[in-house]
Design a protein around this ligand. Sequence first.
Ligand code: FE2
Length: 356
Amino acid sequence: MVAPSPQVDRLTSEQIARFKRDGFLVLPSVLDPELCRQARESLWKLIERYLPRIRRDDPETWTPVTDEESEQLTAHRPVEGGDPHLGGGGHRLFARNGAEQFMLDLAPRALWDVAEQLLGADTVVWPAGVDESNTATGPSFMCDDAVGSLVTHVGNDMGFPQGGSFETEPALRLPRTGPVWLNGQGSRGIYCTLPGSPDPAPDYRGAHSDGACYSRFRVQLSAYIDDVPPNCGGFAVWPGSHSRIWPEQWKTFKAGEKHTDKHLAKRRAGGYTDPVILQIKRDTPPVDCHGPAGTVVLWHTKILHIPGQNASTDVLRQATIYGYMKTPESVPDALVVDDTDGDIWRDWADEVREAN
Ligand SMILES: [Fe+2]
C-alpha cells in the first residue's frame, strides 16, 4: 500500500530504541494543522447539534455531562446500528467520527510509513474507512473481547454470537459509527476530557492495558487535534510496563484464564488489579504526555495507561486513538493465540527486533 502524503517522517534508530525500551514515544506537532482544524470543526459541529449547552466560546459551559444528558445522547443511536455520533458521561465526551476520510488521513494514514517501519512492510491492515453503503469491512479476530465490543458498540440485535470463536472473521462488516477500530478500518473518533476532571492519583484505579494479548494489535497512537498543555488530560503512561505485562498475560492465558473471565473471584491478568499492574503502579511513576496540536503518542498496545487528569479550567482535551493491526496473512490465527514463549517483538520489523 502506498500511503498518501503528507507522511510523518520515519523514526530514527534512536527513536526506535527508545520506543522499544519505554513502550511509547512522543512526536510533537507532526500532524497536518489543516486536518487538525477540520477535526476540531467536526467535533464542535456535533456538540452544537447534540449538546448545545456546551458552547465553544465559553469554557465555563464545559462542565460534566449529566446522567440525563448522557441518556439523551445515547437515544440518538443510528438506526443502522453503531454508537451515537456524540456520546459521553461525566468528564468524558466522544465523537464517533473515526471512519471519516479526513479522520483517517489526519493520523492513521499520516503515520502509515511509521507503522510499516515498526511492524514490517505489507503486514499491516490498511485503514480504508467505509464504502458507498456506509459499511467498514475488514478482518477481526473474534475473541471474547471483540465480541463483547460488538455487542456494546453495535447493539444486541446484530446477530453476533455471545462468545468468541477465537478465529478470524476475514470480512467483518460494521456500520459507520460502530467499533470500526476492531477491523482496523477506522479510529475511535475524538475523545475529550472536560476541564476539572478528578485526579486519578495516587491509586490510578482506571489504569489498564488495552484488550487481550491474543490479538493482532501491536502499536497504537493517541493524537492531539488541539494543544494539550501539561496536566490537561494528556495520555498518561507507565514507561517500560509493556514488557512486564506482556509475559504475565501470556502466562495466565496459557494457564487457562481468558481476558474476559470476569466471573473469577481472583483474576491474574487482564483486569485493573493484576498483580503485575499493582506492582508497576508501586514502583514506577506515570508520565504525562503533553504537547501542542498535532502531537502524536505512539505506544505499544500492552502498555499501562490512563487518561490523565485535566486540571485546567479552560482546556478541552481532544485526542483521537487508532490501533495498527497485523494482517491475518502475516500473523495467522495459530500465532495470534500462541506467543507463549513470550517474545514481545516477534511480529515486529527486523529494525525493531534488532534495536537496543
Ligand atoms: Fe485504553
